[in-house]
Design a binder for this molecule. Structure first.
Ligand SMILES: *Cc1c(COP(=O)(O)O)cnc(C)c1O
Length: 223
C-alpha cells in the first residue's frame, strides 16, 4: 500500500472529474474514510496532505479522534448513529452526514454544546437496506427540524446502490442535486442546504458531475 501514490491518484482523478464537469474552480472536499485502517496508517495518510477524516462507527471515530486530535483536522461522522450514542460523540463531530430521523435530530439538539453541521441522508434509490429519509418524507421532517436550532442542515447526503450503472448513478445524483437546490431556495432558518455529500471510490466522478461538494473516499486510498 503506497499511501502517497494512492493519494496523488485520487486527487488527480478528482481534478480530471472536476474539469470534465466544468467545475475546476469549485471546492470539492475530499473526506478520507479511514474505517479500513488503524490510527497509525491514518496518521501516515494525513501526512500526505489530508484535511478531512471520516468514520462510519462511533467507536472507530473516537479512536481516530483521540490519536489525531492535535492535527487540526476536520472530523466527519458518516455512518448511521444510534440515539443512545449521540452523547458519546456529537461534540467531537464537525460534520454529521447521516441524519436520518427527526428523533435523532432531537437527541442531537439535547446533547450538543454547540451547533452541529448535519447532512440529511436521503434514500433516493428507495433501496430497503439504505437508511435515510424518502423524498416524500422531507417536507414533514423539515417542519420538525426547524424547531431544532443546534441542528444546522448544511445539505443532503446520498448513497447509490453498489451495483448501479453509470446511467443509474447519474439519475440518482442529479435528483439529489435538484432536491438540494429546491431546499436551498427556500432559505429556511439554520438550513442553508448549500452542500451535497455524495460519491465514493467507485462513483465519485458521476457525483462530481452532478454537483457533489464533499466526496467520501475509502478504498482508493488504502488499496
Ligand atoms: C465506507 C464508506 C465510504 C467509502 O467507501 P469506499 O467505496 O471504500 O470509497 C463512504 N461513505 C460511507 C457512508 C461509508 O460507510
Amino acid at each position: 500500500m503506497n499511501l502517497q501514490q494512492n493519494k496523488d491518484a485520487v486527487f488527480a482523478a478528482l481534478e480530471q472529474a472536476k474539469k470534465n464537469a466544468h467545475r475546476s474552480q469549485d471546492l470539492v472536499n475530499v473526506i478520507a474514510v479511514t474505517k479500513y485502517v488503524d490510527s497509525s496508517i491514518t496518521k501516515d495518510l494525513v501526512a500526505t496532505g489530508i484535511q478531512h477524516i471520516g468514520e462510519n462507527r462511533v467507536d472507530k471515530f473516537l479512536e481516530k479522534y483521540q490519536a489525531l486530535s492535535d492535527q487540526g483536522l476536520t472530523w466527519h461522522l458518516i455512518g448511521s448513529l444510534q440515539r443512545r450514542k449521540v452523547k458519546d460523540v456529537i461534540n467531537y463531530v464537525d460534520y454529521f452526514h447521516a441524519l436520518d430521523s427527526v428523533k435523532l435530530a432531537q437527541e442531537i439538539q439535547k446533547r450538543a454544546d454547540k451547533t452541529v453541521r448535519c447532512f440529511l441522508q436521503v434514500n433516493i434509490s428507495k433501496e430497503e437496506s439504505k437508511h435515510g429519509f424518502l423524498v416524500d418524507e422531507l417536507d414533514e421532517a423539515l417542519e420538525q427540524l426547524s424547531l431544532l436550532d443546534k441542528v444546522e442542515v448544511v445539505g443532503l447526503m446520498t448513497m447509490a446502490p453498489f451495483e448501479a450503472s453509470h446511467a443509474e448513478l447519474m439519475a440518482i445524483f442529479s435528483e439529489a442535486k435538484a432536491i438540494q437546490e429546491q431546499l436551498q431556495a427556500r432559505k429556511l432558518p439554520h438550513m442553508p442546504f448549500t452542500e451535497l455529500s455524495m460519491g465514493m471510490s467507485g462513483d465519485f466522478a458521476e457525483a462530481i458531475s452532478c454537483g457533489a461538494t464533499f466526496i467520501r473516499i475509502g478504498t482508493a486510498f488504502f488499496k
